[in-house]
Design a protein around this ligand. Structure first.
Ligand SMILES: *[C@@H]1O[C@H](CO)[C@@H](O)[C@H](O)[C@H]1NC(C)=O
Ligand SMILES: *[C@@H]1O[C@H](CO)[C@@H](O)[C@H](O)[C@H]1NC(C)=O
Ligand SMILES: *[C@@H]1O[C@H](CO)[C@@H](O)[C@H](O)[C@H]1NC(C)=O
Ligand SMILES: *[C@@H]1O[C@H](CO)[C@@H](O)[C@H](O)[C@H]1NC(C)=O
Ligand SMILES: *[C@@H]1O[C@H](CO)[C@@H](O)[C@H](O)[C@H]1NC(C)=O
Length: 319
């Protein structure tokens, strides 16, 4: 009797998962805010939403058996792994901007990132987004290495899944536990091949700007050195190169990790940010958020665009 019950348990679990898979509505791609913590989620099935099985998190972790049984969903292999948002484009269908799960190319870490699928052909992996000052970017070095914020709001990079626990009192609910991940992930993501960096800004008067560089990468820790080659495109930028050469080749500095070229003081402290400071900045996009744009000099500044203003929105992404 005891033995039969034990033998049946996997079957019972498996059929309850099937029920879950078939009947529950789609929310898995809209994970709520979690800063190194856990969120409770309804689980969605691949039969009602086959697209979910293309999400490695769900296909590999939540319901591997179910996803492989779904029609028209290929088994995830090394070759079709989504290593960044640009890989989604290769799957030959349209994708909307939002949070997607990727598996990094080198350490095979499963991580959620925000993908911009609208700007200039889409496929951009967004690693920094600021819109309203809800997240404080005056963070220590460890926070920049490990990431902060939420991929759904303001953030510095992505979110790694730690584990999933099933809620035994409700078969539809799973608890997903996350850890945020920052410069360390950016180093891995940008060292796969030659990447393009794009910066999008919006001024308080509504004017938009973008600046695009090729040859983008972020070096290994603990320096996380910025590399950019040449500007390849821009809008509303009246003069010369900026990130390159001024910030190109600089290590990342924070208030507790001064790697800048300024001999007598810390640029991160003086200008209230974490950045690839030289001595000190032409761009300070992790500076203080000012609701009205002033005083600009410790703010979110990009000098060729808005020299005397802390901009309203900033986004940094690569593909
Ligand atoms: C860095 O900041 C985080 C978040 O505020 C904090 O938990 C952590 O202890 C700090 N680390 C160091 C080394 O100061
Ligand atoms: C700031 O923007 C984020 C992302 O759009 C939003 O979730 C948050 O509620 C906003 N916070 C404030 C204070 O407006
Ligand atoms: C990246 O590619 C661009 C052109 O596609 C090239 O000009 C540039 O030198 C390359 N950079 C690196 C670091 O390979
Ligand atoms: C880190 O950057 C400093 C200053 O630019 C440099 O002296 C040092 O060699 C770098 N370390 C590594 C491991 O690249
Ligand atoms: C809007 O703000 C930007 C950045 O400060 C500035 O370059 C531009 O001239 C302004 N445009 C207008 C119409 O005021």
């Amino acid at each position: 009797m005891e033995r039969d019950a034990n033998n049946q348990f996997p079957m019972a679990l498996s059929s309850s998962v099937i029920v879950t898979i078939v009947f529950i509505g789609a929310v898995c791609l809209n994970l709520a805010l979690a800063s190194g913590s856990c969120v409770d989620l309804d689980v969605t099935g691949c039969r009602t939403n086959p697209q979910l099985c293309q999400d490695p998190l769900i296909a590999e972790v939540t319901c591997p058996v179910m996803c492989n049984r779904c029609p028209n969903v290929p088994q995830t292999t090394q070759a079709d792994t989504t290593a960044d948002c640009s890989d989604l484009l290769k799957r030959g269908r349209s994708w909307s901007s939002g949070v997607y799960t990727i598996v990094t190319w080198k350490t095979h870490t499963t991580v959620d990132v925000f993908c911009d699928m609208d700007t200039d052909g889409g496929g951009w992996t967004v690693f920094k987004h600021r819109v309203n000052g809800s997240v404080d970017f005056y963070q220590n070095f460890s926070s920049y290495e490990n990431g902060f914020g939420s991929p759904h709001g303001e953030f510095w990079l992505g979110r790694r899944l730690l584990n999933i626990r099933k809620d035994i009192s409700n078969s539809n609910m799973f608890q997903y536990c996350f850890k945020l991940i920052g410069l360390r992930l950016l180093n891995e993501l940008t060292s796969r091949r030659n990447h393009t960096l794009r910066i999008d800004l919006k001024a308080h008067n509504g004017t938009r700007m973008y600046d695009v560089y090729d040859g983008f990468s972020v070096g290994a820790g603990s320096n996380y050195t910025l590399h950019v080659d040449h500007r390849v495109d821009s809008l509303h930028l009246p003069y010369g190169h900026l990130l390159s050469p001024y910030h190109d080749g600089q290590p990342f500095s924070t208030y507790d990790h001064d790697m800048d070229q300024h001999s007598s003081s810390s640029c991160a402290i003086t200008y209230h940010g974490g950045w690839w400071y030289n001595g000190c900045y032409a761009a300070n996009l992790n500076g203080r958020y000012f609701v009205n744009g002033f005083p600009y000099y410790t703010g979110m500044v990009y000098m060729p665009f808005a020299t005397f203003e802390s901009v309203k929105k900033s986004k940094m992404m690569f593909k």
